[in-house]
Design a protein around this ligand. Structure first.
Ligand code: FES
Length: 172
């Protein structure tokens, strides 16, 4: 009888199953611990400082003054802005973003209007609102013209209520 009991204990699958589950739990515990350490290290890691100054990637060279006809708009894809050359020869660099909810406006050279596909706002070549709901003129980027080369600083969008002549950059 005692011999039989011993035999049945040795063939009982329970200890094997239990040790397998213990190993699984130990493995999961180890994974959780590694994730925890990783999260802590990621939290403590020093963050990259924000770029405060201007870097060369934010200054976009649009081209030579002579490349742009008077009364025209050119898309500068690299900087995601439009360069308007007004009838008096001055330049404005304007953001793609509609001032209503930020959809990208497109230039219609036939109508001479920037149009927003989202809620039908329209802007003229100066960026002034012709048709709401856009609440204000298209945002500007600062334009500098050096030796006939147009450079646009895309590091900061300049908000404005409407166009005025002081916003226009001229070649010296
Ligand atoms: S986002 Fe342009 S009109 Fe609404």
């Amino acid at each position: 009888m005692g011999k039989n009991k011993k035999k049945s204990e040795s063939t009982d699958p329970e200890p094997t199953r239990r040790s397998f589950l213990v190993k699984i739990w130990a493995g999961l515990g180890m994974i959780a611990f590694i994730e925890f350490v990783w999260v802590i290290l990621a939290f403590l890691k020093p963050r990259k400082p924000r770029v405060v100054g201007k870097n060369s990637a934010q200054i976009i060279t649009a081209g030579s003054v002579d490349d742009f006809p008077h009364d025209s708009v050119t898309t500068i894809r690299r900087g995601r802005f439009y360069l308007s050359r007004l009838s008096d020869g001055g330049f404005l660099a304007m953001s793609y973003k509609c001032t209503h909810l930020g959809c990208a406006v497109t230039w219609d050279s036939e109508k001479k209007l920037f149009e927003c596909p989202c809620h039908s706002s329209a802007f003229n070549i100066n960026g002034n609102v012709i048709s709401p709901p856009a609440p204000r003129a298209l945002d500007l980027y600062s334009v500098v013209i050096e030796n006939g080369i147009i450079k646009v600083d895309t590091s900061q969008r300049i908000k404005r209520k409407k166009f005025n002549k002081e916003q226009v950059a001229f070649s010296q």
